[in-house]
Design a protein around this ligand. Structure first.
Ligand code: BQZ
Length: 694
C-alpha cells in the first residue's frame, strides 16, 4: 500500500483529524533497518523426544550421601522415590554427556522473596527461584532448541495429552507416581485445587495472574482419575492452551499444605492464605529439583536437592547433578558483576549499560565465565493505561490522562516525541540497540516489516498531534494545557511508572521524561521496586509505564492471550474495572478478535496473516510505544557442563529454564567447595532447615 494511501487509511481508521495529519506531520514509515548483530552460537535443532522421554530403567542411582539416608531408614530406596516411568534425559542430547554429582550453582538476584506461596500471589524474588521450585504441566523454555516442524510445548508433569475429535476438549495424562519433595503423592488432587481454588477463585491471584481466560474464556476442568483430567473449551482446538500449561501459569502447588490454610477449607482469610508460608518457613514442599532449606534476609536463599525429584539421566542417575542452589540477595546489576568476576555463576546480561565492561572482562582468556550473545529479544515499551472507566481508581488528574491516552492523536504525539536512537545510545553505543516501533519484535517468526507502522521522531509532528488532541500552551509556561473544561485548563501532568531495580528501566524512563518535556508534556517519575511495581501495574495504578516486554512479543504462541484484551485481566495496560466492565476502543476490540481468531486457527498461513493484521493495527494505533530492543547475553561460569549451545537469555522463558539446570553438572575434577550444607537433605515442611543422615 502506498504511503499516502496508508496515511489516508490511517486517518480513517484512527479517526484523527485529517488536518492533524497534514500540517507539519511526519508521516509513518516502515521501521528503519536494524544494525546487523549476529548471535554467538546457534541452537542445535532437535525434536522434543530427542531431549527426554518417559520410561522405566533397569536400575537407578543416587549420590552416596543420599544412600546414607536410605541406609539409616530416613528415606525409601531411590526406585521407590521415583515414578514407575520417570522423565529420562537422553545422553545423546547432553552436550557433555552423563554428569557427576556435586557442587552448586551460585545465582545472584535483585528480587526479594515475599514467601513461598506462588499460588497466593507471592514472588520468591525471581532470578530463577520460582522457575526452579515450581514445575508445570508443560515446558517451553527449551523450545529454542526444538526444530520448527516439531514445535509444540514439551511434556513435563503432563506426560501426554489427547485432543477430542472435535477439538472441544483435551484429556491430559499426568506422570504417574511422582511425589512432592516431602514424599506426598503428586496427582489430580493438586490439579483440582489449583484449578478450583486458585485459578477459578476471584479472591485469589497467583503470581503472573493466571485466570480462567489464560486457558481460553469459558474453559472448565474435570478430574477423571488420580492421574487424568480433562479441559473443556468453548472453541475448537485452542492449541495455545498447551503453552498456557507451562511456566508462569499451570504450575500446581502442594495441595496437602496449601488447602488447610485456604479459606474455602477453613483457612482464616485470603490475606492469611497468601502470607502463610513466609521465607522463614523452610523445606516448603516442591516438585522442583531443589528445596529451600535456608533463608537469610537480604543475604541468601539456599536450596538442597529434592530426594524425590522425578527425573533421571538414561544411565539411571536421579537428577539433579548439582546438590545445592544459591540465590544471593543483591541487585540485578551485581549479578552481572559477580558472574564476570567468578564470585557468582550465572547472569542474564540484560542491562545494556553493563555490556562494555562485561565484554571487556569476559574477553580475558583467564576469565572465569563464558559470555555469549543471543538474538535481540530484550525490548522495552512505553504503555498507556487505556482504561477510561476507573481501573486503578484514578483521581481527576489521572482520569484526564487516561482520556488522553484513549486519543490516537495524543498517542501519536507521544511516540513521535521519542528519539529512539538517543534512547538506545543512552544505554550503550554500538550495534546492539535498535529503534523498536512496538508490537512483535523484528527477527521473530511472526514479524512482518511491511505490516509494521513506525512513527519517526519529530518534535514538530508531535506538537501538531498534541494540538489536534486539543492541547495547547495556554499559559505560556512551555508546557501544554488541558482544554479549559478539563481540570480548569491546568498543565497536562503525567506520571510514569518504572522498575527501580534496573538501571535500564530508570535510564529509559528518564529519557522519556526529558523527551516529552521537549515536546511540552510534563511527566514525573514513579520509581518502584520490583514487587511494588508489579503490584501497582496489576492494580492499574499508573498513567504510563516503561515495561520490559514478556515472551508474547517474541514468540506469539507463549502468553498469546496477553497480546490483547482478550479477557478482563489479560492485558497489562487495560483491565476491566471493579464492576468487570472493559471499555475497549474499537481498535482494541479488533486486536482482541484477531488474537482470538489466531488462538482458534489451525491453519499456518491464516495464523501468519492474522499476526500481520495484529501488527498493523497495533503499531498504527500505538497500542504500546516501542522504545528500544537489543540482544541479551548469557554469562555462565566455565566450570559448568551441559549448557546447550545458543541458549537465549529470554525467548519462551528465561535462561534459568532454557538451560535445563537439573542436567547441568560440574566435572568431578572441576568441582569447587561451595556447598554450605554438604551431606544434607531438606527436612520436614516447616522444620528448621536441612537434615543429616543419622
Ligand atoms: C530473569 C528473571 C527470571 C518478572 C523478572 C523481574 C520481575 C518481573 C521478570 C531476569 C528477573 C531477571 O526478571 O531480570 O533476567 O532472571 O528474573 O524470573 O524483572 O520484576 O516481574 O516478570 O521475569
Amino acid at each position: 500500500m502506498k504511503l499516502n494511501t496508508r496515511v489516508a487509511v490511517a486517518t480513517l481508521l484512527l479517526g484523527v483529524s485529517p488536518a492533524a495529519l497534514t500540517a507539519q506531520i511526519v508521516e509513518p514509515t516502515t521501521p528503519p533497518p536494524a544494525p546487523a548483530f549476529d548471535a554467538q552460537g546457534e541452537p542445535v535443532f532437535v525434536n522434543r523426544a530427542d531431549i527426554y522421554t518417559y520410561r522405566a530403567l533397569d536400575s537407578y542411582a543416587e549420590p552416596d550421601f543420599v544412600a546414607a539416608f536410605v541406609a539409616a531408614g530416613q528415606l525409601p530406596p531411590v526406585a521407590e522415590r521415583l515414578p514407575a516411568e520417570p522423565l529420562v534425559y537422553s545422553t545423546a542430547n547432553m552436550p557433555d554427556g552423563v554428569g557427576a554429582y556435586g557442587d552448586v550453582m551460585r545465582h545472584v538476584i535483585g528480587g526479594r522473596p515475599e514467601g513461598w506461596n506462588f499460588w497466593g500471589g507471592q514472588t520468591q524474588g525471581w532470578g530463577g527461584i520460582d522457575i526452579g521450585l515450581t514445575e508445570c504441566l508443560t515446558r517451553t523454555g527449551p523450545l529454542f532448541t526444538v526444530s520448527p516442524d516439531d514445535l509444540e510445548p514439551m511434556p513435563n508433569l503432563a506426560r501426554s495429552w489427547d485432543w477430542a475429535e472435535d477439538g472441544m476438549s483435551l484429556t491430559v495424562h499426568l506422570i504417574e507416581g511422582a511425589k512432592w519433595s516431602d514424599g506426598d503423592p503428586f496427582d489430580t488432587e493438586d490439579i483440582a485445587f489449583y484449578w478450583n481454588d486458585i485459578v477459578m477463585n476471584p479472591d485469589v491471584t497467583p503470581l503472573m495472574n493466571a485466570t480462567q481466560d489464560t486457558y481460553g474464556s469459558g474453559t472448565t476442568l474435570e478430574v477423571i482419575d488420580a492421574y487424568t483430567f480433562r479441559m473443556n473449551f468453548t472453541t475448537a482446538f485452542p492449541e495455545q492452551v498447551l503453552y498456557a500449561m507451562a511456566y508462569g501459569n499451570f504450575c500446581p502447588g502442594p495441595s496437602h499444605v496449601l488447602k488447610p490454610v485456604h479459606p474455602t477449607y477453613g483457612g482464616e482469610s485470603y490475606d492469611a492464605f497468601r502470607n502463610a508460608f513466609p521465607p522463614t518457613y523452610l523445606n516448603f514442599p516442591v516438585m522442583g529439583a531443589w528445596v529451600p532449606v535456608e533463608y537469610r534476609a537480604d543475604d541468601i536463599v539456599v536450596m538442597r536437592r529434592n530426594p524425590y525429584y522425578w527425573k533421571v539421566d538414561d544411565a539411571g542417575n536421579q537428577l539433579p547433578y548439582l546438590n545445592e542452589m544459591h540465590y544471593r540477595l543483591s541487585t540485578w546489576a551485581d549479578r552481572d558483576v559477580q558472574a564476570v568476576a567468578g564470585t557468582g555463576d550465572f547472569s542474564n546480561l540484560e542491562q545494556a549499560e553493563n555490556y562494555v565492561e562485561s565484554l571487556r572482562r569476559a574477553a580475558d582468556p583467564a576469565a572465569p565465565a563464558r559470555l555469549a550473545f543471543g538474538p535481540r529479544t530484550i525490548g522495552y515499551s512505553l504503555y498507556f493505561n487505556f482504561s477510561g472507566n476507573g481501573w486503578g481508581e484514578p483521581d481527576a488528574r489521572g482520569q484526564a490522562i487516561r482520556d488522553l491516552n484513549r486519543n490516537a492523536d495524543f498517542r501519536m504525539g507521544v511516540t513521535q516525541a521519542l528519539d529512539r536512537v538517543r534512547l538506545g545510545e543512552s544505554l550503550v553505543k554500538g550495534p546492539f540497540t535498535v529503534q523498536y516501533p512496538g508490537g512483535l519484535y523484528a527477527g521473530t517468526s511472526f514479524y512482518d516489516e511491511a505490516s509494521t507502522v513506525f512513527y519517526p521522531y519529530s518534535l514538530d509532528s508531535a506538537r501538531a498531534h498534541f494540538e489536534a488532541a486539543g492541547l495547547t500552551d495556554t499559559d505560556g509556561n512551555g508546557f501544554l494545557n488541558h482544554p479549559a473544561d478539563v481540570l480548569g485548563g491546568a498543565d497536562v501532568q503525567v506520571t510514569l511508572l518504572a522498575n527501580t531495580d534496573y538501571q535500564t528501566d530508570k535510564n529509559l524512563a528518564e529519557g522519556v521524561v526529558a523527551m516529552l518535556e521537549e515536546a511540552g508534556i510534563r511527566v514525573s517519575l514513579n520509581l518502584l521496586t520490583g514487587n511494588d511495581r508489579d503490584n501497582a501495574m496489576n492494580a492499574g495504578r499508573f498513567d504510563w509505564m516503561v515495561f520490559r516486554n514478556a515472551s508474547e512479543m517474541i514468540t506469539v504462541v507463549q502468553g498469546t492471550t496477553q497480546l490483547a484484551a482478550t479477557g478482563p485481566r489479560t492485558l497489562r495496560h487495560h483491565n476491566a474495572n471493579d464492576a468487570g466492565a472493559l471499555d475497549l476502543l474499537p481498535f482494541e476490540q479488533e486486536l482482541a478478535d484477531t488474537v482470538n481468531a489466531f488462538i482458534t486457527s489451525r491453519d499456518a498461513d491464516e495464523r501468519v496473516a492474522l499476526m500481520k493484521d495484529y501488527q498493523r493495527i497495533y503499531t498504527e494505533n500505538v497500542y504500546g510505544a516501542g522504545l528500544t530492543a537489543y540482544p541479551g547475553a548469557l554469562i555462565i561460569n566455565k566450570r559448568f557442563s551441559n549448557i546447550p549451545a545458543g541458549a537465549p537469555i529470554f525467548m519462551y522463558n528465561w535462561a534459568e529454564d532454557n538451560i535445563m539446570r537439573e542436567r547441568v553438572f560440574v566435572a568431578a575434577d572441576a568441582q569447587a567447595d561451595h556447598e554450605l550444607h554438604p551431606g544434607t537433605l531438606p527436612g520436614a515442611p516447616g522444620s528448621a532447615g536441612p537434615v543429616s543422615a543419622n
